[in-house]
Design a protein. Structure first.
Length: 357
């Protein structure tokens, strides 16, 4: 074999090694999200100085999760990154990783594989995964029809959260430049539109958390969908500050009474998500609450779990819509706003640890 043949053989072996090892993914390095560019100041978010470190941490870990999914040589690399993050920021890293799933698969989204390899492998982060997948559709300006085809192949109860991620993207990255961007949601069919506005509400928490007057003004402009936006606001506020529930409860008292049930619902879903992301930390956060608030949180999350199990057993097509509606009505009847205490004796503590607090 001549020298040219050796060169060709060596090059071929190098290519094989790169393909088998996964190191070829380094070609995606230029497409990473630079965490240094994901900051409160650069993005122009209305966040108070006292909360900047928290929000910057959320943004940087989200970016880190996306980068890990995109360029990790092995499939387990992104999981290792997410699970190594601080508990407070870990869900955001997994959400970012889910956004990176489709580009990692060379822009071929396979819902069945997503369920098996991402969601079912680490179900504690399941809500974040669906939101992250929808976020990617927003980043790529996918049509509602294309997104709908993806959602239809996902878990019938949780798959709707893709619409939440879709709405969040347009709120977070586009709304400040063009408030009329919400017209995109009009093309969504049925309840998908409501869920997209819920995602918009989550983005509003990041955009305007430091200016409650402006926050309320912007939500009021959204007419019939303002309640869905308020629900997203409640969800995001407790999810970002699970250790400072007074932040969300204080905001709730400033909102118009017509939004209370929806904001309350969002608070419940945010706490429900935190309770499964890291149960031990959730219990520690509960321990800091006064007894009435703690009882309200435990009962609400427990009822949210019960309704979820009921709807999954029924296998109804409108499961997510019914889930939100049933939880909202239950909270209106049993929980003092905003998670201030029980209106009546309901259920048992969430866990043995809660009972001991």
């Amino acid at each position: 074999m001549g020298s040219f043949g050796y060169i060709v053989l060596t090059a071929a072996l190098a290519v094989v090694v790169l393909l088998v090892s996964g190191w070829w993914r380094l070609v995606f390095v230029p497409f990473r999200i630079r965490p240094a560019r994901m900051t409160v100041d650069r993005l122009g978010l209305a966040v108070g100085r006292a909360d900047m470190e928290r929000v910057n941490g959320v943004l940087s870990h989200f970016a880190g999760g996306f980068n890990a999914m995109l360029i990790s040589p092995t499939w387990s690399g992104w999981r290792s990154y997410g699970n190594s993050c601080p508990v407070l920021f870990r869900p955001f890293a997994h959400e970012g990783a889910a956004m990176g799933y489709t580009p990692r698969r060379l822009f071929r989204c396979r819902p069945e594989e997503f369920e098996a390899s991402v969601v079912k492998y680490q179900p504690a982060m399941r809500y974040m995964y669906y939101v992250g997948l929808g976020f990617w559709s927003g980043m790529r300006d996918h049509s509602p029809q294309r997104l709908g085809c993806i959602v239809d192949a996902l878990d019938p109860l949780h798959g709707c959260l893709c619409y939440d991620g879709y709405g969040f993207k347009y709120g977070f990255f586009d709304y400040l430049k063009d408030p009329d961007i919400v017209w995109r949601f009009d093309k969504l069919e049925g309840y998908a539109r409501n869920v997209a506005y819920q995602g918009l509400g989550r983005s509003f928490w990041f955009l305007f958390m430091g200016d409650h007057g402006l926050l309320i003004e912007r939500i009021s402009m959204l007419g019939d969908y303002a309640p869905d936006v308020a629900a997203g606001l409640g969800l995001a506020s407790v999810f970002v500050f699970p250790d400072r529930l007074e932040v969300s409860r204080g905001l709730g008292m400033e909102l118009p009474e017509t939004w209370h049930d929806d904001f309350h619902l969002g608070m419940c879903f945010g706490l429900k998500a935190r309770s499964i992301c890291h149960p031990e930390q959730f219990e520690r956060d509960l321990g800091r609450l006064e007894s009435g608030v703690r009882a309200a949180v435990c009962a609400s999350v427990q009822e949210c779990d019960r309704i979820e199990e009921q709807l999954r057993a029924e296998q109804c097509e409108d499961g997510y819509q019914r889930w939100r509606g049933l939880v909202s009505r239950w909270m209106a009847n049993h929980i003092e706003f905003p998670l201030a205490g029980l209106k009546s004796s309901v259920s048992q503590p969430l866990s043995k640890e809660s009972a001991a607090l």
